[in-house]
Structure formats: C-alpha cells, structure tokens
Ligand binder design. Structure first.
Ligand code: NAP
Ligand code: FE
Length: 366
C-alpha cells in the first residue's frame, strides 16, 4: 500500500487570488499555457494575470493549445518559453492545456533534448507547474500524466515522464460557462477514472478510498446531469453553485484515484476513436464503460461500484449512460483494428486484473 499525492490543492472561490503568493513563488517569470478561447470567457485567464501582476511576477501567454494537444504544439510553445526565459508554467483550461503545460515544462527545462525525449525513459526534470482546471473531467490538475496526440502514429499516448503539478487551484465558478456536451462528456471522463481505478490491477483498499469518495459524489450529481441532457439546457440553468462544486471535487478526486492506479481498457480503446472520429475524450471513454463493467470478472467489485453510484444493475447503469451520452457508430474496420492493437499490446492490458480475449473485447462496442 502506498499513497503519493504531492500536489498542493486548494479548492474554493477566488482560489487564484487567495493563493497568488504561492503561485508566484514557483519562479520569476511564468508561461501561461491555455486554449484559444474559453479561459478568456470564464475569467480564469484574467484572474491569473491579475494575481501575477499583483505579485509583480512577469509572464508570457501561449494561447494556442488545441483539443488533444499535439507534440508539434508543445515544441512550438517550448520555443517561446526558451526565448522568453520563463522558469515556471501555469496551465489553464481543460485537460488539453493542463497536459500540454506539463510537457512544455519538461521540454523548456531540457533544451538539449528534442521531441523524442517525451517518449523516452530518461531521468529528466521539468520546470514547476501550476494547474487551474476549467472543466470537471480529466483531473490533470493533480495527476502526473500528460497525454499528447502523435500524428505520425495516428493516436494519442501519455508521455513517459511523470510530472506532478506543484499547485492545483480549483475554482468551480470557471465551470459555469461550459456547454452541455462539454460538461457531460468531461463528467463521464471523471466517472471513467473512478471506475477504471477501482477495478484495476493496482487498486488496493487504501487507494480505493479516492474512488469510493468520487463515486458517492457522482451519485449526488447524477440526476442533475441527466436532467440537463433531457432538457437540453445550458448547465448553468440546472446546476447550483454547489452542483458545480461537486463536479469539480469529483474530477479532482478521480484524478487522485488514477494517479495511484492508472486507467484501464476503456481509456485504451478510446484514443483511436478520438483520433479517427474526433469524438471528445470523455465520450470516447464513456461508450466503453458498460462493456467494461459487464465483462469484469469480479462481480462483487462490480456490485460495489454500482451501489456507490446508486444503480442496482449493470443494465440500469447502461441505460443511464446511453441516454446521457448518445450513440457513437464506430465503423467495423476501425473497431477491428482497435481491438487487434489493444490485444497485441500487453502494456495496455496490464491494469486489467484478468485474462482478456479478443471476442470479449470486441463486444465492448455498443
Ligand atoms: P479540453 O480538450 O481541454 O477542452 C475541450 C473544449 O472545452 C475546448 O474547446 C475548450 O475551449 C472548452 N472549455 C474548457 N473549459 C471551458 C469552460 N469552462 N467553459 C466553456 N468551454 C470550456 O477537454 P478535456 O476533456 O478537459 O481534456 C481532454 C484532454 O485531457 C485529452 O487530451 C485527454 O486525453 C486528456 N486527459 C488527461 C488526463 C490526465 O490525467 N492528465 C486524464 C484524462 C484525459 P478552449 O480550447 O478555448 O480552451
Ligand atoms: Fe480520461
């Protein structure tokens, strides 16, 4: 049994301003890494700029991170970071900018290396990273993972280096501008993290406490999520401030869960679906959760996660999730290739504690 969660986490309204001294203490010049648009709308970028200005800390902004960030974008940001001589990195946004921030911090700190170092088992240190989430999904604000798109291989993969953020500043007010699909897809990503961590080779009674807490937060919020989908409403009309808080807490807790165990088969299957069909990450993972629970061999553990979520059976869970996410038609050719590539890659199956066979995996597609 081992717990290692080195990220200092604050979760409260006005978090960025309240802890601006700790943010500024990470270095003397920051690179803010963010997406093209949303952090300007939800107030998070302005808060970070104000906080750094009040602390008289210089910064430069790189706001060109795309969804599912690529190695090419990371290298472009590294160039700016080197030129501007930054010595810490602040990621603001969903998992895409937060993951990119970690990879950029690694590449800026190691100018002698080229992009191949991202995927080599080398002892490299990164610049300090702070993360400010604006989606409630990936938990990247507390995880050591950074998933990048590798265009040359037509897929996505986590870099080989574990980069724990020094600081996570969580303010659920940033979530209020999220659209219906983004909010639901990202919540399902967090749910997947909780399930794939609990039902995992690396799970133990100690690290499962993160999933147990997170699944009970999900059960508190699952009716609001489905109501939002049914009414097709802007989430800000359905969710109370407390509801947004619960979502953010669930995502961070789920991040803490996978920090200890890693993810499992649904994540492994999702990457090609996202790459080839542009299905958002959370949705691409979510469509495999029913297959994962149905085929999981320890039925007692499955019953335990169902109970914590507030479902009696896998069928009830499946019905809920189908309505929440809608259907994704995966073409036969892509599916066969995907199943084949997972079956051929022991590293992708190692977090699944039982034997997996081709036919069972094939049936994960709904
Ligand atoms: P995302 O790709 O970061 O963002 C999706 C979209 O939502 C973007 O268009 C973004 O706009 C917008 N957005 C972000 N915050 C918003 C807000 N508050 N209001 C309105 N729009 C907002 O989505 P994500 O699902 O959070 O992250 C997915 C990435 O994280 C994937 O690459 C996935 O592989 C990775 N991931 C990482 C981990 C980990 O442990 N590190 C775990 C799971 C997944 P802008 O582009 O304008 O910002
Ligand atoms: Fe995920």
């Amino acid at each position: 049994m081992q717990i290692y969660m080195p990220t200092k986490v604050y979760s409260e309204n006005d978090c960025v301003m309240n802890h601006r001294d700790e943010l500024a203490s990470l270095g003397s010049k920051a690179m803010i890494v963010t997406g093209k648009h949303s952090s300007r709308v939800n107030g998070s970028l302005l808060d970070v700029e104000k906080a750094l200005q009040e602390e008289e800390t210089k910064y430069v902004i790189f706001d060109d991170i795309e969804e599912n960030p690529s190695i090419e974008t990371v290298m472009k940001a590294r160039e700016l970071g080197r030129k501007e001589q930054v010595d810490f990195v602040v990621g603001i946004g969903g998992g895409s900018p937060m993951d990119a921030a970690k990879a950029i911090a690694l590449m800026i700190a190691n100018p002698q290396e080229d992009e191949s170092a991202l995927y080599e088992e080398k002892d490299l240190l990164a610049l300090p990273v702070a993360e400010i989430p604006t989606t409630a999904g990936t938990g990247s604000e507390v995880t050591p993972y950074a998933i990048l798109t590798i265009h040359a291989r037509k897929t996505k993969k986590s870099i080989s280096h574990k980069i724990y953020p020094e600081l996570a500043l969580i303010d659920s007010r940033y979530l209020k501008t999220a659209g219906l699909d983004t909010l639901i897809d990202t919540a399902v990503d967090a749910l997947a993290h909780l399930l794939e961590s609990y039902l995992n080779t690396n799970a133990d009674s100690y690290n499962r406490m993160y999933s147990e807490k997170g699944l009970s937060l999900f059960s508190d919020i699952k009716e609001e999520l489905i109501t939002c989908r049914r009414q097709g409403e802007n989430p800000a009309q359905t969710f109370s401030d407390q509801g947004f808080d619960v979502l953010m807490q669930m995502a961070a807790t789920a991040g803490m869960a996978i920090t200890h165990t890693g993810t499992s088969i649904p994540h492994g299957l999702s990457y090609a679906v996202t790459y080839e069909m542009q299905v958002p990450h959370g949705k691409a993972v979510g469509i495999f959760l029913s297959g994962f629970l149905s085929s999981y061999q320890d039925k007692k553990d499955v019953q335990s996660v169902l109970g914590r979520m507030g479902f009696a059976t896998v069928e009830e869970f499946t019905k809920y999730l189908d309505e929440l996410l809608g259907k994704v038609e995966i073409p036969e050719g892509l599916w066969i290739e995907n199943v084949k590539s997972i079956m051929a890659n022991q590293a992708k199956l190692k977090n699944y504690p039982f034997q997996m066979d081709k036919d069972t995996l094939y049936a994960f597609r709904r």
